[in-house]
Design a protein around this ligand. Structure first.
Ligand code: F6P
Length: 342
C-alpha cells in the first residue's frame, strides 16, 4: 500500500511519535510506503509532500511539535478543496490517508470519508482531551504536567508576596487541562468552560481561605471560561473553523478578584508553553500505540475509524462518534477538585 499522513490543528507533544510509529509499522509489517503531507489539510490541497522513511523518522520519540508541520486549513473553505485533496491522493498513488488532529481535523476527515469516499483513519491529537470516544487524547498528559509544574512555581511566589495568582490555561470548550492540572497543582479554585463563572462564589472562597490564615491563593481558569450571561463579541478574530481567538479571561478575572477582595492579584497566561517541548513518557507510549493501530486499521481497510483508548485497551470508533459531540469535563472530577476550594 501507499499511505499518506497529515497532522492538523494545534500541534501536540507526541505527534512525531505517532508519525514514527505509523512509518515503522507500515514498512516493517506490511512493506508499504509512506509519505507525509505538510501543513495539515493544506498539504493535500496544494500537493506539498515529503517521503517518510524509517531513517527520516528515527530519533523522533522525544521531539515535540510535528515534523510535518501543521495549519488550521479547512478544505471546505477553499475553492474545490475536497476535490483537490482527492486529486492529490490520486497523483501520489495513495491508497489511504491517516490524519492526526482534534475536532476540526477529524471533522474534515469525517466529511471527506462520508461525502467523498476518502479512505481515511484518524488519530486523536489534542492537548484539550475533548474528543469523544477516547478516554485520552495524546498531548493532554504533557500539558497537564506543564500546568502542574507551573502551579508549583506560582505557589512559592504567591506565598512569599501574600498574593492571589490567577493562572489561565488552555481549554477552548472543555476544562480537562484546568481540572487535572489544577488538582495536581493544588489550586484553590478552578474555573472551566462547562460552568459559568460565578464571581461571588470565587471571591467568597478566596476570602474564606484568607480568613482562616492562608494569605495567598491560586486560581486556575480555562481560557474558554465565560462569566454568567456573557456573550461572545461579534468582533472576535476567528479561524477557518469559526473558532474565536481566546485569551484574556485570566487578566479580567484577576482585576475583579483584586477589586472585590482587596488582595493583590496578578495573572499568568501559560499559553503555548502548554503545547511545546517534549512529550511525557505516558504520551510517548500512547502516541506510539495509536500510530501502530492506525497503520493496522489502514491495512485492514477499516476506514472512517479513529483509534481510541478505552480503559487501558486500544480500540477504534467511527470518526463521526468522535466529532459529533465534544467530550466535556466529567463533572464528578470537578466535584473532587471542589473539595479543595476555599
Ligand atoms: O489545540 C487546541 C488549543 O490548544 C486550544 O486549547 C486553544 O484554544 C487553541 O489550541 C489555540 O491555538 P492557536 O493559538 O494555535 O490557535
Amino acid at each position: 500500500m501507499r499511505i499518506g499522513i497529515l497532522t492538523g490543528g494545534g500541534d501536540c507533544p507526541g505527534t512525531n511519535a505517532v508519525i514514527r510509529a505509523i512509518v515503522r509499522r507500515s514498512i516493517k509489517e506490511y512493506s508499504s510506503e509512506v509519505v507525509g503531507f505538510l501543513e495539515g489539510w493544506r498539504g493535500p490541497i496544494q500537493n506539498i509532500v515529503m517521503p517518510l522513511t524509517m531513517n527520516a523518522t528515527g530519533g523522533l520519540i522525544h521531539r515535540g511539535g510535528t515534523i510535518l508541520r501543521t495549519s488550521r486549513t479547512n478544505p471546505f473553505k477553499v475553492e474545490r478543496g475536497p476535490e483537490r485533496v482527492l486529486e492529490n491522493m490520486e497523483k501520489n498513488r495513495l491508497d489511504a490517508l491517516i490524519a492526526a488532529g482534534g475536532e476540526d481535523t477529524c471533522g474534515v476527515a469525517n466529511r471527506l470519508h462520508l461525502e467523498y469516499n476518502l479512505n481515511v483513519v484518524c488519530v486523536p491529537q489534542t492537548i484539550d482531551n475533548d474528543l469523544n470516544g477516547t478516554d485520552f487524547t495524546y498531548g493532554f498528559d504533557t500539558s497537564v504536567n506543564i500546568v502542574a509544574e507551573a502551579l508549583d512555581r506560582l505557589h512559592t511566589t504567591a506565598e512569599s508576596h501574600n498574593r492571589v495568582l490567577v493562572c489561565e490555561v488552555m481549554g477552548r470548550h472543555a476544562g480537562w487541562i484546568a481540572c487535572y492540572g489544577g488538582i495536581a497543582g493544588g489550586a484553590d479554585f478552578i474555573l472551566v468552560p462547562e460552568k459559568p463563572i460565578n464571581v461571588a462564589e470565587v471571591v467568597g472562597a478566596i476570602k474564606q481561605r484568607h480568613a482562616r490564615g492562608r494569605d495567598f491563593s491560586i486560581v486556575v481558569v480555562a481560557e474558554g471560561s465565560k462569566f454568567e450571561n456573557e456573550e461572545v463579541s461579534p468582533d472576535a478574530v476567528r479561524d477557518a473553523f469559526g473558532h474565536e481567538r481566546l485569551g484574556g479571561i485570566g487578566d479580567r478575572l484577576a482585576k475583579i478578584i483584586e477589586k472585590e477582595t482587596g488582595f493583590e492579584t496578578r495573572a499568568t497566561i501559560l499559553g503555548h508553553i502548554q503545547r511545546g517541548g517534549s512529550p511525557t513518557a505516558f504520551d510517548r507510549v500512547l502516541a506510539t500505540r495509536f500510530g501502530v493501530l492506525a497503520s493496522d486499521l489502514v491495512h485492514q481497510k477499516k476506514f472512517g475509524r479513529m483509534v481510541a483508548l478505552q480503559g487501558t485497551k486500544l480500540t477504534d470508533v467511527p470518526i463521526s462518534e468522535a466529532v459529533d459531540k465534544l467530550k466535556t469535563l466529567d463533572m464528578d472530577l470537578y466535584k473532587t477538585a471542589e473539595v479543595f476550594f476555599g
